[in-house]
Design a protein around this ligand. Structure first.
Ligand SMILES: Nc1nc2c(c(=O)[nH]1)N(C=O)[C@@H](CNc1ccc(C(=O)N[C@@H](CCC(=O)O)C(=O)O)cc1)CN2
Ligand SMILES: Nc1nc2c(ncn2[C@@H]2O[C@H](COP(=O)(O)OP(=O)(O)OP(=O)(O)O)[C@@H](O)[C@H]2O)c(=O)[nH]1
Ligand SMILES: [Mg+2]
Length: 484
C-alpha cells in the first residue's frame, strides 16, 4: 500500500486568473513517459524546453506551449516533474490540468493539496523545513525587506546558522557521553572548566541567533496597530497620514467612522497592519454600537494600541470624563501595549495643554532600562505629541512603533524567521542553560547535563525538520497555496 505521499500529483502552479503564461505541473515518483507521449506527442529531452502543441484526448491542440521534463531526482520535488508552460488563461489551464489527470490512467494522478510539491521537496531532502517555510514566506512577503530576507532564508541562511550550532552541540554531547561511558579513563574527555566555557559560548551564540530570528519574525508577521480613542480625536486622520492616502472618511462630526478599516503600510520594511476604529463612546445608535464593540475586539488583539487624545479639548470636563472612562476599560489591556498619543498639536499651544499633555516624547529610548522581554519597551511614561493634520511628530511615532516591538536594524543580511523558530530557539537555550547549571555543580552532574544537551539538540532540530512531528508538517504545508 503506497502512502498518499507517493501518489502522482498535478496542479496549476501559477496564480489564479489571467496571466501571460500559466504553468501546469505534475510530480510523480513513477515514470512519466506515457503521459508525456500522450500530451506532448513525443518524448522530451530532460531539462530542455520544447515548443509543441499540448494534445487533447481527441488529438486536438489545447494550446501551444513549452514542455519541460525534469527526470528524478533532479527536480524541484526530487521526483519526476513535468511542466507545461501554456498561455495563462484560467480555462485553458483547467483544460490542460484535466488532460494531465486522465492522459495516463495507470498513473492515477490526483490534484495536489496546498504546499504538496514543496512538502515533497522537503521529504526528498531538496529543502529543509526552514527553507520550505521560506518558500511560502517569499510568496507571502508584503515588503521588499521581507522578500529579500525570505530569499536569504530560502538560500539557507537560517538553516546554516542552526547547523553550526547543532554541530557545536553534537561535539559537546560526544565529549560528555564519552566521559560518562569511560569514567575509569586516566584522561577526562571533558574538564569541568572547559565544559563551562563551551556551554557559555554556546549560550552567547544562541542569544545572537535568537535576536536575529526575532527580527526576522517581526519582518514576517508585521505589527498589528490599532488606533483607538473617543470620537473626533483624529484616528482616521492619523491612519490617512500614516498611509499617505485618503483611505478613511474624515469629518468634524463625531461618530464618522463606524466600521473597522485596516491597511498594511511599512516602516523601514516592517509591515504595519494598522486599523482605524469607531470612536469609543456609549451610543443609542445600533450600527455605531456594533462598531464600538468591534473597536474593543481590535484593541484586544493588537500588538500596539495607539490611544489618541485631542489636545484642543483637554481640560474640558466631558472630554476628560470620557477619556478616564476609556482608560479604566483599557486596564484589561497590558499597559506595555498602549501608547498615549496626543493629537492636534498644531491647534494647541504647548502651554495651554497643561501637565497632562507633555510637550515632548519622554519615553526612555534605551531598551535596557526596565525593558520587558516581550516587547522590548517600557511604556508607562510614554507619550507622543503630534499632528495628523500637518504630519509633525509622525516620524517619532514611526520610530516609537518599531521600538515598541523590539525592532532594530540588524547589521548583516537579515533572514526571515517564524515564531515557531523563535520558540524552538528559546527552548534550546533553556536546555543549554540547564546543562550549564548541571555542569557547574561540584562535582559536575554529568548525566543530567547529558540529558539537557540531548533535549537542546532535539529542540534545535525542530527548526530544520530533523525531528518534527507529522501533524506539524501538515500544519505548515497546508498554509501554502495550491500548486506550490
Ligand atoms: N518554471 C519554473 N520556475 C520555477 C520553479 C519551477 O518549479 N518551475 N520553482 C519551483 O517551484 C522555483 C525554482 N525552483 C527549482 C528548484 C530546483 C530545481 C531543479 O531542477 N533542481 C535539480 C537540479 C539542480 C541543478 O541543476 O543545480 C536538483 O535539485 O537536483 C528546479 C526549480 C522558481 N521558479
Ligand atoms: N487641527 C487639527 N485637526 C485635526 C487633526 N487631526 C484631525 N483633525 C480634525 O478633527 C476632526 C475629526 O477627525 P477624524 O480623523 O475624523 O477623527 P476620528 O477620531 O476618526 O473620529 P471618529 O471617526 O468620529 O471616531 C476632523 O475635522 C479633522 O480634520 C490635527 O492634527 N489637527
Ligand atoms: Mg474616524
Amino acid at each position: 500500500m503506497l502512502s498518499r505521499h507517493q501518489d502522482p500529483i498535478a496542479a496549476i502552479a501559477t496564480a489564479p486568473g489571467r496571466g501571460a503564461v500559466g504553468i501546469v505541473r505534475v510530480s510523480s515518483p513513477q515514470d512519466l513517459s506515457a503521459l508525456v507521449t500522450a500530451v506532448c506527442g513525443r518524448p522530451l529531452k530532460p531539462r530542455e524546453a520544447t515548443y509543441l502543441p499540448f494534445r487533447s484526448a481527441q488529438g486536438e491542440a489545447i494550446d501551444h506551449g513549452l514542455a519541460l521534463l525534469f527526470p528524478a531526482p533532479h527536480s524541484y520535488t526530487g521526483e519526476h516533474v513535468l511542466e507545461l508552460q501554456a498561455h495563462g488563461g484560467p480555462v485553458v489551464l483547467q483544460l490542460l490540468l484535466a488532460r494531465c489527470l486522465e492522459a495516463d490512467p495507470a498513473l492515477r494522478i490526483r490534484l495536489a493539496e496546498p504546499g504538496e510539491f514543496t512538502r515533497r521537496a522537503f521529504l526528498n531532502g531538496k529543502l529543509d523545513l526552514a527553507q520550505a517555510e521560506a518558500v511560502a514566506d517569499l510568496i507571502d512577503a508584503s515588503t521588499e525587506a521581507a522578500a529579500r530576507s525570505a530569499g536569504r532564508a530560502l538560500a539557507g541562511a537560517l538553516s546554516g546558522e542552526v547547523g553550526q550550532l547543532r554541530d557545536a552541540l553534537i561535539q559537546l554531547r560526544m565529549l560528555v557521553e564519552a566521559t560518562l561511558d569511560f569514567p575509569e579513563e586516566e584522561i577526562d574527555f571533558l574538564q569541568q572548566a572547559d565544559a563551562l566555557g563551551k556551554l557559555r559560548r554556546l549560550l552567547e551564540r544562541l542569544d545572537a541567533l535568537l535576536d536575529r530570528s526575532r527580527q526576522g519574525a517581526i519582518l514576517r508577521e508585521g505589527i498589528k496597530v490599532v488606533l483607538a480613542g473617543q470620537p473626533n480625536v483624529g484616528k482616521s486622520s492619523l491612519l490617512n497620514a500614516l498611509a499617505g492616502a485618503e483611505l478613511a472618511i474624515v469629518t468634524p462630526i463625531p461618530g464618522t467612522t463606524r466600521d473597522k478599516l485596516s491597511q498594511t503600510i511599512q516602516i523601514e520594511g516592517v509591515p504595519l497592519h494598522i486599523s482605524d476604529t469607531a470612536g469609543l463612546r456609549d451610543t443609542d445608535d445600533e450600527v455605531e454600537r456594533i462598531g464600538v464593540a468591534r473597536s474593543w475586539d481590535a484593541i484586544r488583539e493588537a500588538d500596539v494600541v495607539l490611544f489618541l487624545h485631542d489636545l484642543t479639548r483637554m481640560g474640558q470636563a466631558d472630554y476628560e470624563r470620557e477619556d478616564a472612562e476609556i482608560r479604566s476599560r483599557l486596564s484589561g489591556v497590558e499597559p506595555a501595549r498602549i501608547l498615549q498619543v496626543y493629537n492636534k498639536a498644531d491647534a494647541s499651544a504647548p502651554s495651554e495643554a497643561g501637565a497632562a499633555a507633555p510637550t515632548s516624547v519622554d519615553a526612555p529610548r534605551d531598551n535596557s532600562t526596565g525593558a520587558t522581554a516581550a516587547t522590548g519597551a517600557p511604556t508607562t511614561t510614554d507619550v507622543l505629541r503630534l499632528s495628523a493634520k500637518t504630519g509633525a511628530g509622525l516620524d517619532v511615532l514611526r520610530q516609537r512603533l518599531l521600538q515598541q516591538v523590539g525592532w532594530h536594524a540588524v547589521p548583516e543580511g537579515l533572514f526571515i524567521a517564524r515564531e515557531r523558530h523563535v520558540q524552538a530557539l528559546r527552548r534550546t537555550r533553556e536546555h543549554v542553560d540547564l546543562a550549564l547549571q548541571q555542569a557547574a555543580q561540584e562535582p559536575a552532574a554529568l548525566d543530567l547535563m547529558a540529558e539537557e544537551l540531548r533535549l537542546a539538540h532535539d529542540a534545535l532540530g525542530e527548526i530544520t525538520g530533523a525531528f518534527t512531528a507529522d501533524d506539524l508538517l501538515g500544519e505548515i504545508f497546508s498554509r501554502f497555496c495550491i500548486g506550490k
